[in-house]
Design a protein around this ligand. Structure first.
Ligand SMILES: [Mg+2]
Length: 229
């Protein structure tokens, strides 16, 4: 149990609430649509992932950018004689994610209530500004955090700049999240400690070998933070 007040930087998507499952669901539906047209869709997922990987550094994250990659990839696989309204159908399916209700994980409000009484909490997420703000507002969790940071990318440089801007001592600062690539490895590289809370449906582009590090703790669920902090 860590008694002294710490700075806890907490990820949002797939740490406080569901996120990636909506994209996985849409991809499954789109694959089914494509297969119905008789297209060979065996490489669809690989091509989609690659399209996103190439596009994100220029266009960023978020549902609108995902939708562009998805529709473009869909068109590449679509047979010439297929129904021309299908790409628009795919677009609508995907953009519906923007309106999906926020599904908060069990015991998240209670855990934030407890943690905010003992430590300094900051919400640190990445992605599209408007989309993230909508979710933060709909979650009703904003009040537990001293600050909200929506970054374009979560790499070690971004974390170092954030520590400097918020004047946080990395020795007493933790990044808490589900993504080895965005939450854990770059935070450790920036000199912080980290808490890894895996989510079984983490986005494939977030997967990366976790660093083995003395400052790294792994927990099963968000509510387990109460036992450590
Ligand atoms: Mg996350």
């Amino acid at each position: 149990m860590i008694e002294r007040a710490q700075n806890l930087l907490i990820d949002a998507d797939d740490t406080l609430w569901e996120n990636n499952i909506y994209y996985e669901r849409v991809i499954r539906e789109v694959l089914a649509l494509l297969e119905k047209t008789g297209a060979d869709a065996s490489r669809f997922r690989a091509v989609l992932d690659e399209t996103e990987r190439q596009r994100i550094p220029f266009s960023g994250y978020g549902t609108v950018n995902f939708t562009r990659s998805l529709v473009d990839t869909f068109r590449r696989f679509l047979p010439a004689n297929a129904d021309p309204v299908l790409p628009e159908k795919v677009e609508q399916l995907s953009l519906a994610i923007l309106r999906h209700p926020v599904e908060i994980f069990p015991e998240v409000p209670e855990t934030l209530e407890y943690l905010s009484g003992r430590h300094m909490l900051y919400l640190v997420t990445k992605g599209d500004l408007q989309e993230q703000e909508r979710k933060i507002s709909d979650s009703n969790l904003r009040g537990y955090f001293l600050g909200v940071e929506i970054l374009a990318e979560k790499n070690s440089q971004a974390y170092s700049m954030l520590l400097e801007r918020l004047r946080l001592n990395p020795i007493r600062t933790w990044m808490i999240g589900n993504s080895p690539r965005s939450d854990i490895n770059p935070a450790l590289a920036a000199g912080m400690s980290a808490v890894f809370i895996p989510h079984e449906h983490t986005w494939t582009l977030e997967n990366e070998e976790s660093m083995s590090h003395p400052g790294l703790i792994e927990l099963h669920a968000f509510s387990d933070l109460r036992r450590r902090f």
